[in-house]
Design a protein around this ligand. Structure first.
Ligand SMILES: [Mg+2]
Length: 169
């Protein structure tokens, strides 16, 4: 149970994550949170650095899928499609259904899949519960949903958002 609160790895930014090491770990696919992980909250603007990282991911034969709790397909689909990624909306993370839908789209199993996101209470706990390799990133910006700011961030502080650990091995 304690390990549910512990990401396997942490980075400041998505693009700092070493694709070669992910591949060497036996991973074949990554599930990517959207808001404040791939793009700033509620934005459709993806930085050149993130796009370059996604291109690098492909060179290592790693597939990627957007898995977001956002419900509005018309906001998510244009971003995902521009990046050439399949997507899952209304994932209801940390519940397992959205993670499983993402893995089905990637044709991967939990042991060959990573979940990368900025929220311990959704991305990391949900991924850990299913046995995924979890990577916590710093949120891209200070803007976020009120529920996140007033409930989830305090919860993260309570459980220790910055646990010891997390060297990518
Ligand atoms: Mg997020």
């Amino acid at each position: 149970m304690r390990d549910w609160f512990r990401p396997h790895h942490m980075v400041h930014r998505l693009e700092e994550l070493d694709c070669a090491t992910l591949r060497e770990r036996g991973l074949r696919g990554v599930l990517l949170d959207l808001d404040n992980t791939l793009a700033p909250w509620r934005s459709q603007e993806v930085s050149g650095a993130v796009e370059a990282w996604l291109a690098r991911l492909r060179t290592y034969d790693l597939r990627a899928c957007v898995v977001t709790n956002a419900a509005h397909t018309r906001r998510v689909a244009p971003v995902a499609e521009r990046l050439g990624l399949p997507w899952v909306t209304s994932a209801y993370k940390p519940l397992p259904h959205g993670f499983r839908r993402g893995m089905a789209l990637l044709d991967t199993e939990p042991e060959t899949t990573a979940m990368i996101g900025d929220l311990m209470t959704m991305d990391i706990i949900g991924g850990n519960r299913l046995g995924l390799y979890t990577v916590l990133v710093e949120p891209m910006c200070n803007r976020e949903a009120l529920l996140t700011r007033w409930l989830q961030r305090p919860l993260e502080a309570l459980i220790g958002r910055r646990p010891r650990c997390c060297k990518l091995v």
